[in-house]
Each structure stands twice: as C-alpha cells, then as structure tokens.
Design a protein around this ligand. Structure first.
Ligand SMILES: Cc1ncc(C[n+]2csc(CCOP(=O)(O)OP(=O)(O)O)c2C)c(N)n1
Ligand code: SF4
Ligand SMILES: [Mg+2]
Length: 329
C-alpha cells in the first residue's frame, strides 16, 4: 500500500515553507500567474514530488534548452495527456515499489495541464484518471483562458466575447467567441463520484492554494484542482495587475472559490463571504474594463456577462456551480 507524504495544513502565511522547488531560470512573461501557480504548487508539495506537465506555456517557457526552474524531477507529456501521464506515473511507481526495484516511500505525483490541454484536448484522459481510486495523484489545470503558448487562440476556457487570435472583433461581427466558459470542477465532480477531492483556486490566494494542493495530495486517490491564472499577454493588461485581476475575478463572482471533499461542497474566501451576504459582489465591469481583450465591449455586452453571472449566483445549484434548476410543477 503506497503511503502518502506528510503534508500538514499550513496555518498562516508565515508558516508556508521557505524552500523553493520552482526557482529562477524560466522565461515566462513578467506577471505570469501560471508561473506563480507552478511555484505555489511544488512549494506546497515539497521535494518528494514528481511533476509531469503537458505542452503549453508551463512546459515551453520552463524548459528552455539547458535551463529549468524545476528543482523536483519533471517530465513533459503530450498536450492531451495529463490525465494518462498522472495515472501512468502513479501506477509505475507503485509497480516498481512492489517489485522492490525502488525504495517503498511516499512520493507525490502531480500532472498539470493548461485549459487547452485539459478542458479541450485532454478531457477524456483526465476523466479516465479520476476513475482509478487505487492511484494517488493530483491533476492541476492552470487556466490562462487561451491556448497561450501558440499565441492566444480560443479554448474551452476562454470567456465569452474575449478578443483572441481566433476571435478578433470585426466590423460586421463584434463578438466572435459566443461560447460560455466550460465548468470543469462540477462536470468532473458530478461524473466521478469516487474522486474524493476537487477544488477551484487562484494564485492571488496563496495560502488557500497551498492548502488545497496539500489536501489533494493527502486524501488518497486521484484528485483535481482548477486554477484561474491572469495572463498579461493574452488578457492584455499591465503585468503589475495580475494579483489584483485574480482577486477581481472572484470578487465579481465570475470565478468561485470552493472545494468538494467526499461529495460535500465548501465555499472558500471571498466566495463564501459573498454567498453568506457578508460581502457585496462587485460588478463584472470592474474586471472587464481592466483588460484589453474586452476593450471592444459595448454596454450591452457587459450587461450580457453581468446577467449571466447574476443567473449563476441566483438560480444555479450553489453559486456559479451547477447550471441546473429544479422546475417548479
Ligand atoms: C497534439 C498537439 N496539437 C497542437 C500542439 C501545439 N501546441 C503547443 S502548446 C499549445 C497551446 C496549449 O494551450 P494550453 O493547454 O491552454 O496551455 P498554455 O499554452 O495556455 O499554457 C498548442 C496548441 C501540440 N503541441 N500538440
Ligand atoms: S503568455 Fe500568459 S501564460 Fe504564457 S508565459 Fe506569458 S503570461 Fe504566462
Ligand atoms: Mg491556456
């Protein structure tokens, strides 16, 4: 039986480990929140960790020839394969330990993917990985809301109306991406009842993210975390505002912070405060006007997004979680 690495809950930012497992030597853009997510992820997991990463910015910009910021063992996997790479790595470790070919010790397995790699191309592999409770691993989806590495194409994670290289606003048609963002955690939670831990996260809330990574790696079986990551290049804003934009995504209700542990939903941070009526939900306009990708929006477009978010919070099961309403007979 594979044991788990001892990763106690971190109480307060002062107790976050000082050791860095993702250091200098990368070439992500200034203000890249996905790089911060990588840093927080391995800081939380510690040195007994193997990271497998699918193609995208967090592969390409982090493994420039002869340099790497990874202190832990790291391996690239194909764009749609984070789920299968996670299962394969966990299964491989288990087999090698059982056969006595390597020391039987707890090792964390984390596979990450982007929104393109995880919400579109690798969705089936992630689904398959969550049906194997015998293997312990975390799949972390870092969502910068586009195929960023190949120059900002629309993905299943891109927001409605956002300007991208595949959805440039034109004179005839202003809104080119007319799809609403996929809702990953509820989709995976509903369809994989044996998965014991799923959560959303944001790098602007570092302690919350640290403890989510730790819970996911210690509960047992396959787990999933979806983080929202401001991307200065794709979202078109000054890199110094990444942290603020991450917070605004949650304060406006567009992104909801929560975890689902053994089938129970727990709201976290500002999302919990808003749901309990202790905090006002900010207008989505405050978030949209800060980003060049929404610069073409008219007041009607902003209203469309606001109405959608209001509906998510007021009519769905759980704020912004399950888009199903019980029909009153
Ligand atoms: C099968 C396959 N198709 C296309 C590509 C080209 N490609 C490399 S990275 C990338 C973008 C991936 O987007 P995402 O998963 O969101 O990660 P990001 O670049 O945004 O970090 C694409 C399309 C590839 N490497 N493999
Ligand atoms: S394009 Fe976006 S996700 Fe990619 S390295 Fe730059 S800021 Fe990070
Ligand atoms: Mg992406």
């Amino acid at each position: 039986m594979t044991q788990m690495v001892d990763l106690p809950v971190v109480k307060g930012v002062k107790n976050i480990p000082v050791e860095e497992m993702f250091t200098s030597g990368h070439r992500t853009c200034q203000g890249c929140e996905s790089a911060l997510v990588m840093r927080l992820m391995v800081k939380a997991a510690g040195d007994r960790t193997i990271v497998v990463g699918s193609t995208g910015c967090m592969y390409v910009a982090n493994t420039t020839y002869y340099t790497t910021p990874w202190v832990v063992p790291w391996m690239h996997t194909q764009l749609g394969s984070s789920g299968s790479a996670a299962t394969g790595t966990a299964a491989g470790l288990k087999a090698l330990m059982r056969k006595g070919k390597m020391k039987d010790e707890p090792i964390n397995v984390i596979a990450f993917c982007g929104d393109g790699g995880g919400m579109d191309m690798g969705l089936s592999a992630i689904s398959a990985s969550l049906t194997h409770p015998e293997y312990n691993h975390l799949v972390l989806l870092y969502d910068n809301e586009s195929y960023a590495n190949t120059d900002i194409q629309v993905s299943g994670g891109s927001p409605w109306g956002a300007n991208s290289t595949f959805s440039p606003p034109g004179k005839v048609k202003r809104i080119m991406n007319t799809r609403w963002k996929k809702n990953m955690v509820p989709m995976l939670a509903a369809g994989h009842p044996e998965c014991r831990y799923l959560a959303t996260a944001c790098g602007s809330y570092g302690l919350d993210m640290t403890n989510k990574v730790r819970r996911s790696l210690t509960i047992g079986g396959p787990t999933f975390i979806h983080s929202i990551d401001p991307c200065p290049k794709g979202w078109d804003y000054d890199p110094k505002f990444s942290h603020e934009l991450g917070m605004l995504s949650i304060e406006t209700g567009l992104w909801v912070l929560y975890e689902i542990i053994d089938g129970e939903l727990i709201l976290n941070g500002p999302s919990k405060a808003i749901a309990k009526g202790m905090r006002r939900r900010k207008p989505v306009e405050e978030y949209l006007v800060r980003q060049g990708r929404f610069a073409h929006f008219t007041p009607e477009d902003t209203k469309y997004v606001q109405d959608k978010v209001d509906e998510m919070w007021e009519r769905w099961w759980g704020p912004g979680i399950i888009p199903i309403n019980i029909k009153e007979e």
